[in-house]
Design a protein around this ligand. Sequence first.
Ligand code: 13P
Length: 387
Amino acid sequence: MASLPIKPDPYYQDERVSGKRSRATEVTGAAAPVLSYRDENFTDEVARATQPAWEKLHDLMPDVEWLLKAPLVHKINRLKRERRAIILAHNYQAPEIFYGVADFTGDSLELARRAAALSEDGAPIAVMCGGNFMAWTVKVLAPARRVLIPDVQAGCSLAESISAADVRLLKERYLGAPVVTYVNTSAEVKAESDICCTSANALEIVVAAARAFKSKRVVFLPDHYLAMNVAAQTPIEIIAWRGTCMVHERFTVQQIRDLREQFPGVRVLVHPEAPPEVCAVADFVGSTSGMIKDVGLSHANKVVMVTECSMADNVAAANPGVQFVRPCVLCPHMQRITLQKILACLETLQPEVKIAPEVAARARRPIERMLELSSRFKSQAAKATLD
Ligand code: 13P
């Protein structure tokens, strides 16, 4: 049996006493108490194999928690290799998933790009740790792969707000206007759409769609706040749906003011699913990966991420010199994905994502259009940087 390597624990030392992890916390720099735990499942082999993950996680969780999680991380990684599976995880996933078992992490756009490349590598199985709409996108882009989602109920309030029949009605009503659909939707809704977008490329996609359709207006589904945030940056008329993200709709301007007052100099990063008035008082607005990049590029030493709060843990682990203020709003859907469920899904190869081939074929076009266009934006941006 191995003893757990003990590391200083600047973030959670006081939480161990209070039992709370969710309040705004500052780095204390205090060392953790020196303890040596033993557990029958935490063998020398487990300790060795999971050491790289522990290097990232030691500031994020109490030692006792890792003793329970490390054996699961080890089992998942062994089974993953045996089954030649690949694990994709969204930036919101809990740190033990993000750092412990994921082969690829990213925002929705990066995950879709990785999914599109799945047919080029040998992995016959992909496990999507994120919302079920992300797993549907993987299946649509890689139909020959077995796609698993550890919990089918990991949904999304945006995806649930609209059906394919709604989109058909909108198309009748706004004849000639392109339908731009956020990736947080079902395959059936995507199948009715002209082009998809994510939070990383929404404005560029709207502009490109209006140009391609020679239309002065664009139907944008289903996130009302993202639609308003795009509309604020373009003269194109945006026809919006009334969907909202149950995490981001809760943030208010008053909260941002209070955070700035309590933590002077804090850099405020906001996801564009938040209300426009909240985005308007941010220092940076962007996708989850955009926020992660901003932490590195801005050299800010105090940051608050106005989004699902698991992400701050993941970013903090990679940026030990930055102080993260953590008001915590968790996405109940994303939190459904756990190590136990990932292990069960690799053992049973269930639940498997199934999409009717004709729906998948129609849903693929708008996603591929987005990927094609956004790689063009990327190369144009790279060229602009070089010029
Ligand atoms: P990103 O594409 O920015 O990662 O956002 C996904 C999401 O669902 C945010 O709530």
